[in-house]
Ligand binder design. Structure first.
Ligand SMILES: Nc1ncnc2c1ncn2[C@@H]1O[C@H](COP(=O)(O)OP(=O)(O)OP(=O)(O)O)[C@@H](O)[C@H]1O
Length: 274
């Protein structure tokens, strides 16, 4: 049997879709931020969304996670139509995300941050919060164990009792991922996960995503500006420019695609930032 870790990128890219977005258009007044973009995330694959500044990547991401509404088009997760559902419903159905700007509770410990994320999934209701029942105590214990397991998995188990704000930048990013994993997602969306990391942290992060994919049964969608991270991690890359999908393929196809080179460098070769 082939495990996820043994799959070649090509096999992973050909797996059945875990998520598909069909003909997504998003308009802000007169501005078309995303124009008729279709896209799939194959099961247990790493897919990256790249493009110059203002290409529409974040807008597209926000539509997938329910933060923005589509003007038209459809998003399907597994076999469920999730178009324009509210973010917590989409998260509950198996799509978790991290944010470009870290969103942690600085004055809570790392473990507490993960447990807060888990809270929506605990079964005990308000009654059990007032009257501590055996079920509630059991759930708390399980939540604690699962939080510790996730912190170990992302490599910051030894900081479980530290305040989130006292962690290094790279470790805060790891904590964000632990919080997202607490939702037991089938699709994990990472918005510029290496932003602000130094080269060593980025390299460690790349290894970590390889492990994530090998050991957790999930697909990853990445918005990332660091091309070496994108090229090392992605089974498939989708390129947006000015709201349009201009290319899609494996790292080698994208590296050599004329339209992509032009979108990044401009016809005259004057650099646009990635
Ligand atoms: N809430 C909003 N209201 C109005 N315009 C918006 C909104 N969000 C994004 N836009 C516009 O939509 C376009 C696409 O922006 P978006 O942030 O999705 O691009 P991006 O590819 O993520 O860029 P970056 O790499 O700089 O983050 C831009 O012209 C942007 O100004």
């Amino acid at each position: 049997m082939t495990t996820a870790s043994q799959e070649t990128p090509r096999q992973a890219a050909d797996a059945p879709p875990k998520l598909h977005a069909d003909n997504i258009t998003v308009k802000f007044g007169g501005l078309v931020a995303v124009n008729d973009v279709s896209f799939t995330i194959p099961d247990r694959s790493v897919v990256s969304l790249i493009g110059p500044n203002g290409a529409g990547k974040t807008t597209f991401f926000n539509v997938l996670t329910g933060l923005y509404r589509t003007t038209s088009g459809r998003v399907v997760l597994g076999d469920k139509d999730i178009t324009n559902l509210v973010p917590h419903r989409i998260a509950g159905l198996g799509m978790a995300r991290t944010f470009q700007n870290i969103r942690l509770f600085g004055l809570m410990t790392a473990e507490e941050n993960v447990k807060v994320a888990m809270h929506s999934q605990l079964r005990s209701g308000p009654f059990h919060t007032v009257v501590r029942t055996r079920r509630q105590r059991r759930e708390e214990l399980q939540a604690r164990e699962f939080a510790r397991e996730l912190l170990d998995f992302v490599g910051i188990g030894k900081f479980a009792d530290e305040y989130a704000r006292s962690l290094s930048y790279g470790d805060q990013r790891r904590l964000e991922i632990a919080r997202a994993l607490a939702l037991r997602p089938s699709v994990l969306l990472l918005d510029e996960p290496t932003a602000g990391m130094n080269p060593q942290e980025s390299a460690r992060f790349t290894d970590f995503v390889h492990r994530l994919r090998a050991e957790k049964d999930l697909s990853v969608l990445l918005i990332e500006h660091d091309m070496s991270v994108v090229m090392q991690l992605s089974d498939r890359i989708t390129v947006l420019d000015r709201g349009e999908k201009i290319a899609e393929g494996g790292p080698d196809d994208i590296r050599n695609d004329e339209r992509v080179i032009e979108a990044y460098l401009g016809k005259s070769g004057r650099g646009k930032s990635a």
